[in-house]
Design a protein around this ligand. Structure first.
Ligand code: NAD
Length: 255
């Protein structure tokens, strides 16, 4: 049978890149997927496929996320998996080029977004587990290798991702009693909408090999390679993995 048959999954940031690849992989493995994105990107999720419903919502907005999770539980009767993946980059700006407003917005989406997912999905899942509707839950957030070291994406981005790595540990402690696991994924450099400017820049300069030079595997990653990690953490194959930040970076951060 399919790994996620009968499961209900929410994926945020599903209009592009890693979220899109994960929504497709979860659905291909039998899940009913609620694909969440904001603004114009929400349209992109509308065409993903039969088992995928598109919802336009801001993953960093408390009222919107609470309503979204409540609506999914009412419509589908269960909630097994939430992948809090939506994120924004700070570009190439350094400390002297960022404002407090830049920090507020990056932390709002990248760190408060996963907090809201853990808070509202954790509460909903715990209730569903307690009443015997389901026996487990898995919440995943996208951190980054930038959260493990001073990384690309700027200071607010790196700090937000370091925050996510700590947040999943806290979430794991608090929700383990209900059999809800909380983990993070730390992708390395993956070709997506977010990193397109980097790829465009090196390609325009005829220096695409630069991408691979940074990495022991000699190449950048693709979204499906992160989606595979998300599938592992979403499924019962990872039933004893909890509070963990899974690095999927081709060896970048170990070199
Ligand atoms: P992407 O830009 O291709 O996709 C991100 C999606 O999130 C977009 O569709 C965007 O519209 C959506 N989004 C942004 N803000 C949102 C909000 N407030 N609410 C709902 N949706 C929102 O980028 P990606 O690389 O696929 O990024 C996915 C995650 O992976 C992000 O958290 C990012 O920080 C992380 N990440 C990416 C890389 C990389 O190299 N691409 C590396 C490490 C971590």
């Amino acid at each position: 049978g399919k790994e996620l048959a009968g499961k209900v999954a929410i994926v945020t940031g599903a209009g592009s890149g890693i979220g899109r690849a994960t929504a497709l992989l979860f659905a291909a493995n039998g899940a009913r997927v609620i694909a969440v994105d904001v603004g114009n990107s929400a349209n992109e999720t509308a065409t993903l496929g039969e088992n995928i419903s598109a919802v336009q919502a801001d993953a960093g907005d408390e009222v919107a996320m609470a309503a979204l999770i409540d609506g999914v539980v009412k419509a589908h009767g269960r909630l097994d998996i939430v992948y809090a993946n939506a994120g924004i980059s700070g570009g190439f700006a350094g400390i002297f080029d960022q404002t407090a407003d830049d920090w507020h917005e990056i932390l709002r989406v990248n760190l408060i977004g996963p907090f809201l997912a853990i808070k509202y999905a954790g509460k909903a899942m715990a209730g569903l587990i307690e009443s015997g509707v389901q026996d487990a839950g898995s919440i995943i957030a996208t951190a980054s290798v930038a959260g493990l070291r001073s990384g690309a994406g700027g200071p607010a981005y790196s700090a937000s991702k370091a925050g996510v790595i700590n947040l999943v540990r806290i979430g794991a402690q608090q929700l383990a009693g209900s059999n809800i696991r909380v983990n993070a994924i730390c992708p390395g450099l993956i070709e997506t909408g977010m990193t397109q400017p980097i790829y465009d820049h090196v390609r325009a300069a005829g220096k695409e090999q630069r991408i691979g030079q940074l990495n022991p595997l000699r190449r950048g990653g693709v979204p499906s390679e992160i989606a595979e990690a998300a599938l592992f953490l979403a499924s019962k194959r990872s039933s004893y993995v909890n509070g963990h930040a899974l690095v999927v970076d081709g060896g970048l951060s170990s070199s």
